[in-house]
Design a binder for this molecule. Structure first.
Ligand code: NAP
Length: 239
């Protein structure tokens, strides 16, 4: 299957390219999702049978001051991709985030109500999801991942998550991409078991120190974990 990936130079995009040989991943200079014409040109050139849309403005902190940039890439960009997918009748797999949930109670299921969001990045991803849902043929993957190493000296013991390192999450997302046509659901959560950010950090950085999220002024969730039962069931059926 010919697949076109947006955001190929990103953390997830680079891992996906290692796992999905032959996936076409143009640089942003060639495929800027803010430009309808560049999307059209890439579709006409590569004739993809599936679009994997992973490009996004992902800097949560800077999105608060660069709202327009974030909106243009995440919302307008996704709208452009959706319009092209509709026009050329190409299925769309959209990479979304656990941050579409508020993050107080955790164990969020695919059909739980979204929001309220805590920051502008989350708002842009939530709006983008709703645009994707206007298509007939789509799959939204809500996920969460970290770079392969824990980059900070501290980690929060009071922030719960089901995220994991990108080299652990990407193979699962690649499996879903490969089996796109076998997945009957429209939304799936791809993550790992619930744990504190400190527990996660400790796995790859032995000297990491425990810290409380109250040390930061940012509004961080208490428990943003995703329920992954649906994906575990699907995986079992795929094997
Ligand atoms: N990181 C996380 O914890 C996390 C959690 C949940 C969901 N996600 C989602 O997963 C996806 C990938 O995230 P990531 O962490 O791998 O992102 P990343 O490392 O920040 O990379 C972002 C990618 O998007 C591209 N991009 C940004 N704006 C673009 C535009 N206007 N047109 C074309 N390409 C554009 C970037 O290209 P350049 O290299 O040219 O800038 C880069 O390839 C995103 O949709 C993100 O929202 C991430």
């Amino acid at each position: 299957m010919t697949m076109l990936l947006t955001g190929g130079s990103g953390r997830l995009g680079l891992e996906l390219q290692k796992l999905l040989k032959g996936i076409i991943a143009p640089e942003r200079e060639e495929l800027d999702v803010r430009s309808e014409i560049s999307i059209k040109n890439n579709i006409l050139l590569y004739k993809p049978e599936l679009i994997v849309h992973a490009a996004a403005y992902t800097d949560v902190a800077s999105a608060e001051t660069n709202k327009e940039d974030c909106w243009q890439s995440n919302v307008v960009g996704t709208r452009n991709i959706v319009l092209a997918a509709q026009k050329y009748k190409i299925p769309l797999l959209y990479i979304s985030t656990d941050y579409v949930f508020y993050g107080d109670i955790g164990n969020y299921k695919e059909d739980d109500p979204l929001g309220p969001v805590r920051n502008y990045y989350s708002l842009s991803k939530l709006v983008a999801e709703e645009i994707v849902k206007t298509l007939d043929d789509y799959l939204i993957i809500r996920t969460s991942f970290r770079p392969s190493e824990w980059a900070y000296p501290k980690a929060f013991y009071d922030l719960y998550t089901s995220q994991d390192y990108v080299d652990i999450i990407a193979p699962e997302i690649a499996l879903a991409i490969k089996n796109y046509d076998k997945i009957a659901h429209k939304i799936i959560h791809i993550a790992k078991e619930r744990k504190s950010a400190y527990e996660l950090a400790k796995r790859r950085r032995k000297d990491v120190l425990r810290a409380s999220k109250t040390e930061l002024e940012l509004d961080l969730p208490e428990d943003i974990s995703l329920n992954i039962d649906r994906w575990e069931r699907i995986k079992g059926e795929l094997k």
